[in-house]
Write a protein that binds this ligand. Structure first.
Ligand code: AMP
Ligand code: ZN
Length: 471
């Protein structure tokens, strides 16, 4: 049974999705005005592992990640670079997709963009005005925070305390300094969309409320993001969605700890960041994922090259076992002994770890225990049956590859066409053997050379001919 920490209730709760098979999950994605940094990558990777684990458990996950493709930062960049805001968004959205692919992050089911959902955003703003939760002042529409009595329920903040602390240089038109913009009147030269309140563009918070509702419904299961988004972004999303629909917005709120650098949050504004691309130039995606997997998703992590180096080194153990498995599977020998390896025990431990509020470091420890145990078994017995190696491979694909993404069997996986390929190679090996027996050495040699030219090496041993495939 999966349990997870819910920021809303501040408790570890049993996970019971609204629908027993289908899980709706939303994560706040990037503002596409620059390359994303390795701190953002931590959040994306943690959400990816959680999503993959839910899939491992058999849920059909609809995973929605928005792209904020219009906002102040994008407009600023477009002015600096003298290009339209849409070009800035296009350039960095493409870079985002390249980088998440390289980080082995599974594509979302859908990536809605703010600029493509203006109609939905406008209709939610209208509903808020109709419900008395928002007001229009000369083309700027604001959310009236004091109209939502539960404001603060996610972050634990209290409106009266917030009001005292709110900065004074707020826009004059607001009724209350805590009120926030739903629709921003466009300034000269800025991109805009038409609305009944005049030309303008959506505020950041409203896009997530409108797009999550469109794709996941008025109430859905999981909403995730970094800790910095709890307040005000997620607090505001709740206020908007619940005031518009009069229904509970999200069942479980998950928040990820920061990636820090010298104990300070890595962020664009502080300038203390490395882009994910910079880090990918030095380290493999698997090492980056392993590095992040060694800390609990809720706690902070300090960026550290030494730890990344040791993650890269740690992966060697996993890769060596993969090579051993691949060569045993390629040899495809029949017979051999069953070592009585207890796979169920490892599978149970892996599940127990992740069911316990996604204890990813513990799940990683189970994988490395598994590697140790497999190596011990392999070095103890030299004639292990093929099924044993296939089971090792199956376990690692299901866990370390498909859930954690810290090893890849992809390029070597036995797809159906590669099974057929193996059978065809075996037929050619038989023909070659017959040719040799009939002293037709020319034909035997031709077959060997032809296979070699396709990257397949034949090796004659006492037990017959084996073949190896190069990558
Ligand atoms: P942004 O583009 O800044 O809105 O960030 C995209 C996502 O990355 C959000 O979910 C943020 O909470 C998250 N994020 C930003 N900085 C960090 C950091 N230093 N560590 C972890 N997550 C972060
Ligand atoms: Zn959001």
């Amino acid at each position: 049974m999966l349990k997870l920490y819910n920021t809303l209730t501040k408790q570890v709760e049993e996970f019971v999705p609204l629908n027993p098979q289908n899980v709706g999950m939303y994560i706040c994605g990037p503002t596409v005005y620059d390359y994303f940094h390795i701190g953002n990558a931590r959040t994306f990777i943690m959400a990816d592992i959680i999503r993959r684990y839910l899939e491992y458990k058999g849920y059909n996950v609809k995973f929605v990640m928005n792209l904020t493709d219009i906002d102040d930062k994008i407009i600023k960049k477009s002015i600096e670079e003298k290009v339209p805001a849409s070009d800035v968004a296009k350039k960095y959205s493409e870079a985002f997709f390249e980088d998440i692919k390289r980080l082995r992050i599974k594509p979302a089911t859908i990536y809605p963009r703010a600029t493509e959902n203006i109609a939905e955003i406008l209709s939610m703003i209208k509903a808020l005005i109709d419900n008395g939760a928002a007001y229009n002042v000369d083309g700027n529409v604001f959310y009236n925070v004091s109209s939502f009595k539960q404001y603060g329920k996610l972050s634990g903040k209290r409106i009266d305390e917030l009001e005292v602390g709110a900065r004074v240089e707020v826009m004059e038109e607001k009724q209350n300094p805590l009120d926030f913009a739903l629709w921003k009147k466009s300034k000269e030269g800025e991109p805009y969309w038409k609305s009944e309140w005049g030309n303008g563009r959506p505020g950041w918070h409203i896009e997530c409320s409108a797009m999550s509702c469109k794709h996941l419904g008025e109430t859905f299961d999981i909403h995730a993001g970094g800790n910095d988004l709890i307040f005000p972004h997620h607090e505001n999303e709740i206020a908007q969605s619940e005031a518009a629909t009069k229904k509970p917005f999200v069942k479980y709120w998950l928040h990820f700890g920061f990636l820090n650098i010298n104990k300070e949050k890595m962020s664009k504004s502080l300038g203390n960041f490395f882009t994910a691309r910079d880090v990918l130039a030095k380290y493999s995606a698997e090492a980056i994922r392993l590095f992040f997997s060694q800390a609990h998703y809720r706690g902070p992590v300090d960026f550290n090259n030494d730890l990344l180096d040791s993650a890269e080194k740690g992966l060697e153990k996993l890769k060596n076992l993969r090579s051993t498995i691949e060569s045993a599977v390629n040899k495809n020998k029949s017979g051999g002994v069953d070592p009585g390896f207890n796979f169920q025990d490892f599978e149970k431990r892996f599940k127990d770890a992740l069911d316990d509020d996604f204890n990813i470091p513990q799940a990683v420890a189970v994988i490395f225990d598994f590697v140790k145990e497999a190596n011990r078994t392999i070095s103890d017995k030299d004639n292990l049956q093929l099924n044993y190696y296939l089971a090792l491979k199956d376990f690692l694909i299901k866990t370390a590859d498909n859930v954690l993404g810290i090893i890849s069997f992809e390029h070597k996986e036995m797809k159906s066409d590669s099974l057929l390929e193996n059978e065809l190679i075996k037929i050619l090996i038989d023909v070659r053997l017959k040719a040799k027996n009939e002293k037709n050495f020319q034909l035997a040699d031709d077959i060997r050379k032809k296979l070699e030219s396709f990257g397949i090496t034949l090796k004659d041993t006492k037990e017959g001919t084996e073949f190896f495939k190069r990558d």
